[in-house]
Ligand binder design. Sequence first.
Ligand SMILES: *Cc1c(COP(=O)(O)O)cnc(C)c1O
Length: 438
Amino acid sequence: MSKPPVTDPRRRIPRTDALLALPAVSAARARLGDTAIRDIIRQAQDAARRGETPPDDVERIVVESVSASYASSIRPVLNATGVVVHTNLGRAPLSPAALDAVGAASGYVDVELDLESGTRSKRGAATRSALLRACPAAEDALMVNNGAAALVLATTALAAGRAVVISRGEMIEIGAGFRLTELIASTGARLHEVGTTNRTHARDYADALTDDDVGAILKVHPSNFRVEGFTSETSLSELRGLARAHGVPVVADIGSGLLQPDPLLPDEPDATTTLESGADLVIASGDKLLGGPQAGLLLGDGALVQRLAKHPLARAVRADKLALAAMEATVGGPRPPVWEYLHADPDRLRVRTESLGTAVGFPIVAHDGRVGGGGAPGVPLPGWAVRLPVATAARLRVGDPAVLPRVHDDACLVDLRCVPEADDVRVLAAIRQALGAS
Ligand SMILES: *Cc1c(COP(=O)(O)O)cnc(C)c1O
């Protein structure tokens, strides 16, 4: 290959060492790492070599790219959908207290060490205590990776090679094609289905307990749908007597993770009531209505929880230190954002929405938020939204900050329920930017 002639503008492309020496670039090294920085430089130089950008712009492009880059490409999104537990947006946002706890836990920590004696301690003991204080109906608590992992651990430890009895009315699929029944079958436990889609009676369970080698009875909260009309479900208190007589535990998967009842969501089960009504073990997610990090909680009978904790599989699904720290701060600290957004005052929402609508010159409409995450289907959360042209939605998503609105009725609806009030100004700026780009 011959060298470009002296007059070739490509000769003016800055050299790598010159670019690396720029103050903004060397300052970004600690944040991004060498490989990422060199990639950015190479891309800018290559674009200039191909004639796509003038060589004189390379320096500016490199400085801008390193400033706008992060070691993680996950981007914060302002949730303007009105859906509180939004699975595609990472479910529950952490509280400031939980965020601090994650920061503190990110280095070396005493997660398995007793500092007084200098000896090894039980992993996650502080999180366990916080959970038991928040749910005194449980004798013991274990936190694992997520709700699905809690279900796998419970069915494996209690019923591998035996039967798990489940009502046909509770054989649910939750998001992304995830079927609880397939998960259970994958553990080596056998599903023993009882009853019908709409009605399952105590005698159905009784027959199964007599006929089969049952390891556990599983009650699942059908979180994302409702069967209405001629229905009948066997209550936990009915099951308790039956199960005890056969020495079989009743495991209840409540899904959303409320530890205590919430009057706003009367049909949503909570761990305390479920244990008091007769479940021996409750399974719940940490990042739905509980408002914490991704986690699976196992709460209830002390001997059962210990049995699960000692099972070899427990090691494969154990919670990481960041999640343990965030969970302790969520259940023991201030109310998490999920709670605040669920209980947002509609009048205050209206004031904020009106001020946003006026500032951008578009009308506001009544808009119901939703619980989301498969929780409390059909429960509207009355609120408001600014109604923008539908084309605004795509521009808001790729704006800075990224804003996710709801697209409905051929309109782009911006609902402030799940936006921290301090961020209203950022939503306003993002909408102005998106409208201006039309
Ligand atoms: C969400 C849910 C799960 C799964 O929990 P993950 O934390 O998402 O793994 C299991 N059961 C029910 C009833 C649920 O609603």
